[in-house]
Design a protein around this ligand. Structure first.
Ligand SMILES: NC(=O)c1ccc[n+]([C@@H]2O[C@H](COP(=O)([O-])OP(=O)(O)OC[C@H]3O[C@@H](n4cnc5c(N)ncnc54)[C@H](O)[C@@H]3O)[C@@H](O)[C@H]2O)c1
Length: 485
């Protein structure tokens, strides 16, 4: 028992990561087999009150044993990978990708389909946000394209099926800005209920209007959340901390957080809420899900907030509800049509009602999200993991496959990344090609018609690398074969 506790303490100290497991293993097998666990702890400078957790994990604080370092892999061909980042993707992402030695072209603007068709042929990866459309025509012109990164949550701007069929995984950022949107909604709820954009606007025009009529605390008010996913549920927690009562409506049954309550219909939510906020994806069934009928079901003097997608709200109907005084205010962050770049006009040519919306009191238009840096980090790491290591974990249109790292002590190992059609007999063909070698590890998975195999092969001579790639590329189901060394 004591042995068990000692070794448990030791492994606890060394964290649960796989590299820590390697350290543990290494120490146990090679370093001090004759020492008791308690003695080993002393020798390894294990828990001591003067040493902080961070100190203990620094390299120098564990001088008596070595960690197996992962080897940085590189594609056999495509040594100079070229990446195109559009729509002002964060500089953190640009820096991270350049640090990998990739050549990165960065633009603040989106590109039209025609522009993309002209330019994309020379790029191995593209990063976009929501305005650039990666259509079938673009993908057909993208002869070198290996991967697409959507530096946002939504991916409906990409033809995901054509991308998958062409062996191109698409990554997005499902989590990074959830919190940012939730915080933004809280700020908008407070701003609307205090009318502070309106008051600030008047003060700037030299108008003194000290009034508290129709200004409320949000404590005790009811917030109705439509769509209780990543954002809706985060928001629920924040709103309750402000003393709000939270209701939500979702097409699936979800366990409520805190004291929130799921209601059975959108109508029930609209009838009870002082603030209604939308957090649903853009789908055929969510188009104009808030229109004249739904606005009429809302309480008189209620507020509507839309940070989801522009087409979810029928804006002319919202304008009517605001003008008639049925709604007391609204915050609109997303629009059916949005300008292509910063500084471009937001006018009636873009959306016929833009100028009317702009004149309405107590309406908050547009915001800036703080989340771009985190999105940049999340998506650029997914691109790096795919380009350098072949990992598709987190891809939205592709089988998710990964292998543990090849280490520095394995210089003759290579990684095969094989995207292929999901048909019987393929693995037999590949295994025939690999049969003269020692396959250290391999993993394969499929999604619909596409399958993806990763395999690490030991003791491959430089002369064999091209031969292997050629043989695997020639298999009947091949879509894309990449070798990483
Ligand atoms: N303004 C911004 O900058 C910004 C940022 C992030 C996300 N968004 C938008 O917000 C949306 C929500 O993001 P998320 O991360 O919470 O998504 P999510 O997928 O985690 O949650 C969406 C929820 O909506 C529910 N839903 C789907 N159809 C519905 C319907 N007809 N009625 C009611 N509920 C329905 C789903 O069941 C799910 O629980 C995204 O789709 C995106 O369009 C906007």
């Amino acid at each position: 028992m004591k042995r068990f506790i000692d070794s448990f303490l030791l492994s606890l100290h060394l964290t649960t990561t796989s590299s820590a497991f390697l350290i543990h293993h290494h120490v146990r097998r090679n370093q001090h087999p004759h020492l008791k666990a308690s003695q080993r702890r002393l020798r390894l400078h294990l828990p001591s009150s003067s040493v902080t957790l961070h100190d203990r994990f620094r390299k120098d604080s564990v001088p008596t044993f070595s960690v197996r370092k992962p080897k940085v892999l590189h594609p056999v061909e495509n040594e100079d990978l070229k990446l195109l980042l559009l729509e002002n993707i964060s500089q953190e992402a640009v820096k991270a990708l350049r640090l990998q030695g990739f050549q990165v072209d960065h633009s603040t603007k989106a590109m039209s389909e025609d522009e993309l068709v002209q330019k994309i042929g020379s790029y191995h990866a593209i990063g976009i946000r929501s305005k650039t459309k990666i259509t079938e025509r673009v993908i057909k012109a993208a002869s070198k394209l290996l991967v697409v990164g959507c530096f946002c949550i939504g991916t409906n701007q990409v033809d995901l099926l054509t991308a998958a069929n062409s062996g191109i995984p698409v990554f997005n950022s499902p989590f990074s800005n959830s919190r940012s949107v939730a915080e933004l909604v809280i700020s908008e709820i407070i701003a609307l209920s205090r009318q502070y954009f309106q008051r600030a606007f008047e003060m700037r025009q030299g108008i003194w209007n000290k009034q508290s009529k129709s200004c409320w605390e949000i404590r005790g008010k009811t917030l109705g959340i439509v769509g209780y996913g990543h954002i809706g549920s985060q928001l629920s927690v924040l709103a309750e901390a402000f003393g709000m009562r939270v209701l939500f409506y979702d097409v699936i049954n979800i366990m409520p957080l805190g004291s929130a309550r799921q209601v059975e219909s959108l109508s029930a939510l609209l009838a009870e809420s002082d603030f209604v906020t939308l957090h649903v994806p853009e789908l055929p069934e969510t188009m104009n899900m808030i229109s004249t009928e739904q606005l009429a079901e809302m309480k008189k003097g209620a507020y509507l907030i839309n940070n989801a997608r522009g087409k979810v709200v029928d804006i002319p109907a919202l304008i009517n509800a605001l003008q008639s005084g049925h709604l007391a205010g609204a915050a609109v962050d997303v629009y059916p049509a949005e300008p292509g770049s910063n500084g471009a006009p937001f006018d009636d040519q873009l959306n016929s009602w833009s100028s009317t919306l702009r004149t309405l009191p107590n309406v908050i238009l547009r915001h800036i999200l703080e989340a771009q840096r985190m999105i940049g980090e999340e998506v650029s790491s997914a691109l790096i993991r795919y380009l350098n290591y072949g990992s598709t974990i987190g891809a939205v249109n592709f089988p998710e496959v990964d292998l543990r790292a090849i280490t520095l002590e394995q210089p003759d190992h290579i990684r095969i990344c094989y995207v292929h059609n999901n048909i019987p007999g393929v693995l037999r063909q590949v295994n025939e090609v690999l049969s003269p070698y020692n396959v250290e590890k391999q993993y394969s998975d499929s999604r619909g018609d596409i399958a993806y195999l990763m395999a690490d092969i030991a003791d491959v001579s430089p002369a064999d690398i091209n031969k292997l790639r050629e043989l695997i590329s020639k298999t009947s189901a091949n879509i894309l074969t990449r070798l990483l060394v």
